[in-house]
Design a protein around this ligand. Structure first.
Ligand SMILES: [Zn+2]
Length: 172
């Protein structure tokens, strides 16, 4: 829907802000002005933001691969399956992304540790109600991918990390 790559590779006029291998020549004011063009409400509508630092050429062409994608696909398929099972009693509901506010209360129940962690993040980073719902849904998905029945504080903290742009650039 939105081009995340564009957000993550151009965060300043010269294009090197956050780049490990080049120096950004922009002033903080220039960066702030540039970034503010990507509006908060727009980022609110995106589930996951992650900065992707550029890789040196050697790493890009390296043959070394991580986990084979077949294995990753299996995990994703399993996570999908458990969502379909969980929502089988609902019409037109088959994945976490579709959960409404009411559904979230039923299917994304947090223990007190996770609840406190999320509350802290919301206050500290000044996240919106929409960002709050997104974190809940994404943490439910992370739990599903792990095959976990309940959402844990580790799942919540991972989901919070995926709101990096909120954290870095919209601190209040
Ligand atoms: Zn720059």
């Amino acid at each position: 829907m939105y081009n995340l790559l564009e957000f993550s590779t151009h965060l300043c006029p010269c294009g090197y802000f956050g780049d490990l291998y080049h120096n950004c020549t922009c002033s903080p004011a220039m960066i702030q002005k540039y970034i503010s063009k990507i509006s908060g409400p727009l980022l609110d509508r995106v589930d996951i933001h992650i900065e992707v630092p550029s890789l040196p050429y050697k790493e890009l062409i390296s043959k070394a691969t991580g986990e084979p994608s077949v294995k990753i696909r299996d995990r994703v398929n399993n996570a999908r399956k458990s969502q379909i099972e969980r929502y089988s009693g609902h019409k037109n509901l088959y994945c976490n992304a579709q959960l409404t506010q009411k559904d979230l209360k039923k299917y994304c129940v947090l223990d007190s540790t996770s609840e406190n962690l999320l509350k802290l993040a919301i206050e500290k980073f000044g996240l919106s109600a929409r960002a709050y719902s997104r974190i809940l849904k994404v943490s439910r998905t992370i739990a599903d991918i792990e095959g976990a029945k309940d959402i844990s504080s580790a799942h919540i903290s991972e989901a919070i990390q995926y709101r990096t742009l909120d954290r870095k650039y919209w601190l209040r």
